[in-house]
Write a protein that binds this ligand. Structure first.
Ligand code: NAG
Ligand code: NAG
Ligand code: NAG
Ligand code: NAG
Ligand code: NAG
Ligand code: NAG
Ligand code: NAG
Ligand code: NAG
Length: 318
């Protein structure tokens, strides 16, 4: 097991990353849920605020970039990853309801710098100031990453204290058509935390975008070290081709080039398969293309009996 897989495994166990004393729940891999979910984000400074030198509050991840821009790290509400169609509710705490605050959809640059350039009315998430629970209109939650910062009618914004949110909305590519089964029923529709979409992770021997193809090579049909090539035809166990090393030939590289000659199969029977290939059917205890080899267990028995005889001699000698 590699170091990376150990780290990933332990992350799977803890399901979260620990940042500066605050924990952002972060499932490394999420499975698509067919019914939309609701997420309530508490718009508060007292919980779920994370801060680290990776810009997006990830403790560990393939995609984490160190902020090289020299910007001072600004805290943020734990970033959210949701599915297209999920419901996002912002819940404000009473102390924040007093000043007239609202949420504004901004660009990544504005989010990183926490800058409230000008309050553009049409980019405000809610029609009135934040009070209690507000459901975010789905128009703000299209596929992609969205940045919401806190704006105030007057005075400085509390955004630099951490009142800003990064929401990534993902769609799935797990169904061939709207009515078809997810991953053709042969896999899971998953998204890693760093990927932008949900896609099929197939159970072997299935493969393909929707797990609709059978990977015939996973059955290892090519004998005698022949290489296997998938022919990628749907639902066909025979959809492979073997590339054989001489003297092997045949669909599965299990035949030998040539025809039966007397005694060609040392301990077995010979049968001609085609005009240019034959196969040896070995007697029990023998194996190999020409039935020359004794099975390992037979060898072990032979060696053991020899060893035993030697020992007996040894004892007799003394
Ligand atoms: C939001 O706050 C409520 C009440 O304080 C709490 O019960 C809930 O767990 C919080 N939700 C999250 C996502 O932290
Ligand atoms: C926002 O979150 C997405 C996905 O989680 C991430 O790729 C992106 O880097 C984050 N943006 C910032 C500015 O941290
Ligand atoms: C939200 O802001 C981004 C960046 O400024 C912009 O591209 C996007 O169109 C805005 N979303 C909506 C629904 O206006
Ligand atoms: C602020 O607004 C000005 C004028 O609209 C624009 O040129 C500038 O790029 C904006 N800055 C940011 C950080 O959005
Ligand atoms: C090749 O192997 C498959 C199973 O792996 C078997 O079903 C098939 O009959 C074999 N074909 C030949 C020509 O030996
Ligand atoms: C099997 O084939 C591979 C490459 O095709 C080769 O590297 C390997 O040595 C072969 N093994 C045997 C036992 O012939
Ligand atoms: C196989 O073919 C060879 C050469 O054509 C022939 O001599 C032999 O009798 C055949 N053996 C069997 C078992 O059919
Ligand atoms: C070989 O042929 C003989 C005689 O037909 C038969 O008794 C024996 O079972 C065969 N051996 C194998 C391994 O097929």
């Amino acid at each position: 097991m590699t170091d990376k897989s150990i780290i990933i495994l332990s992350l799977m166990v803890f399901h979260s990353s620990f940042i500066n004393g605050k924990t952002c729940r972060r499932q490394l891999v999420e499975e698509w849920h067919p019914q939309p979910s609701s997420y309530v984000v508490n718009w508060t400074l007292t919980e779920n605020i994370c801060l680290d030198f990776y810009r997006d509050c990830w403790f560990l991840g393939v995609n984490t970039k160190i902020d090289t821009s020299g910007n001072q790290a600004v805290p943020q509400i734990c970033p959210l990853q949701i599915q297209l169609g999920d419901i996002l509710v912002i819940s404000s705490e009473p102390s924040l309801q007093f000043p007239e605050i609202n949420l504004m959809n901004v660009s990544e640059t504005s989010f990183v710098g926490c800058v409230q350039n000008t309050t553009t009315e049409d980019q405000l998430l809610f029609g009135c100031r934040l009070k209690g629970m507000h459901t975010v209109n789905s128009k703000w939650l299209s596929v992609g990453t969205h940045y919401f910062i806190t704006v105030m009618a007057s005075g400085p914004s509390p955004c630099p204290l951490g009142l800003r949110l990064n929401v990534t909305v993902k769609q799935q590519f797990c169904q061939e058509s709207l009515s078809s089964e997810f991953c053709s029923g042969h896999g899971k529709c998953l998204s890693e935390v760093w990927s932008k979409t949900y896609s099929c992770h197939c159970q072997p021997p299935f493969s393909g975008k929707y797990c609709q193809e059978l990977d015939a090579c996973s059955f290892k049909p090519c004998k005698n070290n022949g290489s296997c090539i998938n022919k990628r035809e749907n639902w066909d166990e025979q959809a492979y081709e073997c590339v054989c090393h001489p003297p092997f030939t045949g669909k599965n590289c299990s035949e030998i080039i040539g025809q039966c000659q007397p005694h060609v199969c040392f301990h077995g029977n010979c049968s001609n398969i085609t005009s240019n290939s034959f196969i040896c059917e070995c007697d029990e205890q023998f194996s190999g293309k020409k039935c020359i080899y004794i099975h390992p267990y037979t060898q072990v028995t032979l060696i053991l009996s020899m060893y035993f005889k030697l020992n007996v001699k040894y004892f007799l000698y003394y």
